[in-house]
Design a binder for this molecule. Structure first.
Ligand code: GLY
Length: 400
């Protein structure tokens, strides 16, 4: 093995999706040297993501811990964006509101039930008449069954944010940060024969070794394929594909929408996210099939349902269709934190931050904050329920 001495860093972050980049940024801001490793930065789920910061409108039943995490992260977003040179203008962060609408009577019932749960959590969701909703967004269909407004669910442009983070990390003076375009094959242990011993770096696929005090595994679905993770650690990640469309709004239809519109159309979710540059993002299906590319049925469904909510969608120019896999976990919550050895001690030098499923963009600031606090030696009780080894046998036994 070749050891690259100059690449020794305080922290190695494996994975340059939005979560890995956000963590790297927070750690660099705290004065650490950081090396990010990814063969194709920001080309995974980040590349497809619509960027809704929808803690309130993406609430799902019985995901209370996740809701708490999402709300905390949404609250951190303004500070996270301000920490970046260029701020909102450089990242597409917008504090516009979200309208939630239903199409038929079943959708009205489903959204009313959700509203009851949102109220129980004290969330700010205000029912509107369809007329009031159309006063806010004139191109909404008159055929809606119900509408709500969520003032606190905003948006960011994940491609802009990721590109900006990459550029800023690349531009930091004195080589404090670096981005290595390579695949991490596995983590290296202090005692190479003991997978429960301290983690001291990563092996790259070209045989290079990078060394660091801390390794943060943030490469989405790729985390489960990384060699050298503790033997007892099961990372139950599975791909859930989303198809997404990008369209251009012609000048005569601008402004098509000001707010993000999330809808249920005969029970099927769809969302429309207007960007400041005059484009519109429509998503997103959830497929657990083995189709890696864009699904014809998914595209049909998205266009059909988006048009049911905003008929003028039919007049837009289709620019792009994309499909990517989200890294999902059995309880839809991330795998975040340190990992226990078979003896029950935390393995030093290793933090896992993956499994962000539908919420990677929203959860980036809180993931970054929690990772920083963990490597500074802080206990973060609020994050215990997201421990990455909660599905692995020793912890499972402890929790049962
Ligand atoms: N958070 C939106 C999606 O995963 O489709």
């Amino acid at each position: 093995m070749r050891t690259v001495g100059s690449a020794h860093a305080d922290v190695i972050v494996v994975g340059a999706g939005i979560v890995g980049l956000g963590i790297a940024w927070a750690l660099a801001e705290s004065g650490r040297s950081v090396c990010v490793v990814d063969p194709h930065p920001a080309q995974g789920a980040t590349y497809a993501a619509a960027g809704m910061l929808a803690a309130v409108s993406e609430l799902h039943y019985q995901e209370d811990d996740l809701l708490r995490l999402m709300l905390s992260s949404a609250a951190l977003y303004p500070r996270f964006i301000e920490s970046l040179p260029g701020g909102a203008a450089a990242t597409g962060y917008q504090t516009t509101e979200t309208l939630v609408v239903g199409s038929d009577s079943g959708d009205r019932q489903a959204l009313a039930d959700l509203h009851t749960v949102q109220q129980r959590h004290g969330l700010d969701v205000v029912p509107l008449s369809v007329r009031e909703a159309r006063q806010r967004e004139q191109l909404l269909s008159p055929q809606l069954s119900c509408a709500f407004v969520v003032a606190d669910d905003h948006q960011v442009d994940p491609r802009m944010l990721a590109a900006h983070l990459l550029a800023e990390l690349g531009a930091m003076p004195g080589g404090q940060t670096s981005v290595v375009r390579a695949t991490a094959r596995g983590v290296i242990h202090e005692d190479e024969g003991d997978l429960d011993s301290r983690v001291i770096g990563v092996d790259l696929d070209d045989g290079t070794r990078l060394l660091a005090q801390e390794v943060i595994v943030a490469n989405g679905l790729g985390a489960a394929r990384l060699a050298g993770l503790p033997g007892s650690l099961a990372l139950p990640l599975r791909p859930v594909y989303g198809d997404i469309l990008r369209l251009r709004v012609p000048d005569n239809l601008r402004t098509l929408l000001s707010a993000t519109v999330r809808g249920l159309v005969r029970g099927v979710p769809v969302y429309l996210v207007p960007r400041a540059d005059g484009t519109l993002v429509i998503g997103a299906t959830s497929r657990e099939d083995s189709l890696l590319g864009v699904s014809a049925g998914g595209m049909y469904q998205l266009l059909r349902d988006a048009q049911a909510l905003v008929p003028a969608v039919a007049e837009l120019e289709l620019l792009e269709t994309t499909a990517r896999a989200r890294p999902a976990t059995p309880d839809n919550a991330p795998l975040l934190g340190r990992v226990a050895s078979a003896q029950g001690d935390m393995i030093p030098g290793l933090v896992v931050a993956t499994g962000f499923y539908r919420h990677g963009v929203l959860l980036t600031p809180i993931a970054a904050d929690i990772c920083r606090r963990i490597i500074e030696g802080e206990d973060v009780p609020d994050a215990h329920c997201f421990r990455p080894d909660r599905f692995s046998s020793p912890l499972r036994k402890e929790l049962s």
